[in-house]
Design a protein around this ligand. Structure first.
Ligand SMILES: C[S@@+](CC[C@H](N)C(=O)[O-])C[C@H]1O[C@@H](n2cnc3c(N)ncnc32)[C@H](O)[C@@H]1O
Length: 247
């Protein structure tokens, strides 16, 4: 079952994820796909696109197709990307009758809680690429980079609606291949009334070695990632650039 953050709370996403969020991640995705293809990508499918904020920063020369399991999030993404094609469905089983230059799975990857889930997602990516096509995977954390911590954010709109989100990550059991994120939201409506919502999200955590094994077993070749040419201010987390088939 999807968390409330992606269902009844989806209309708060434009405040939670301001238009400039993920701009650097989008720059990285575009540059890495371009390096791998040796040309600019013409089409891209994002699986688990959420609010579509990252996608909205890709150049408008890229024809976008956006997928999410949540119809509410698909609506938010469509609003932010009016020219994109959108599809509601599970990224583990989605099959569209076409292929793309590139497939992207950004932080939606964290919701894949088992190796079976990751393998199913890789099969979906493979089904939407020709040999030589590029898959970019951007997990927030791998086992080697995970650390417990807290992030906070939020925003407001001219109507007076405002939201604050506290994300508290911790690992209940270092051996179960998962970590927990406590999501605490304070939501203020136009009338100034504030309510709170707390929910726990369970996220998958795999080692670099396991990622490598799963990617190769899915029919992909891992390519080296070189970000030194990009003027990045914040930097990005782990990025896997995978070519479908053998280069
Ligand atoms: C953190 S959001 C992605 C945010 C996105 N990077 C952006 O630019 O706004 C994670 C998304 O993954 C989606 N998701 C989780 N499991 C999924 C699945 N099995 N299939 C498709 N989407 C899924 C959720 O509905 C949610 O919208």
């Amino acid at each position: 079952m999807l968390p409330r953050l992606y269902t009844d709370l989806a209309p708060w996403w434009p405040l939670l994820s301001p238009p400039d969020a993920y701009a650097e991640d989008a720059q990285v995705v575009h540059a890495l796909v371009e390096q791998a293809l040796d040309r600019a990508p013409r089409s891209l499918l994002e699986l688990g696109c959420g609010s579509g904020t990252l996608a909205s920063h890709l150049p408008n020369t890229v024809e976008l197709t956006l997928n999410d399991l949540s119809p509410e999030m698909v609506a938010v993404a469509a609003d932010r990307n009016p020219t994109a094609t959108t599809h509601c469905g599970d990224l583990r089983t989605l099959r569209l009758p076409r292929t793309f230059d590139a497939v992207l799975i950004h932080d939606a990857l964290m919701y894949l809680g088992s190796r079976d889930d990751v393998e199913a997602a890789l099969a979906t990516a493979a089904a939407h690429l020709e040999p030589g096509g590029v898959l970019v995977l951007m997990p927030d954390f791998v086992e080697e980079t995970f650390y417990p911590g807290t992030d906070a954010g939020g925003g407001e709109d001219p109507s007076g609606r405002a939201v604050r989100l506290l994300e508290w990550r911790w690992d209940r059991d270092p051996d179960d291949g998962r970590f927990e994120v406590e999501m605490a939201l304070l939501l203020r409506d136009e009338q100034g009334s504030v309510r709170s919502v707390h929910e726990q999200h369970s996220m998958g955590l795999f080692s670099l070695e396991h990622w490598g094994q799963m990617i190769r077993a899915g029919g992909f070749t891992l390519l080296p990632v070189d970000l030194t040419q990009l003027p990045l201010e914040q930097g990005v987390g782990e990025v896997f650039v995978c070519m479908y088939g053998t280069p």
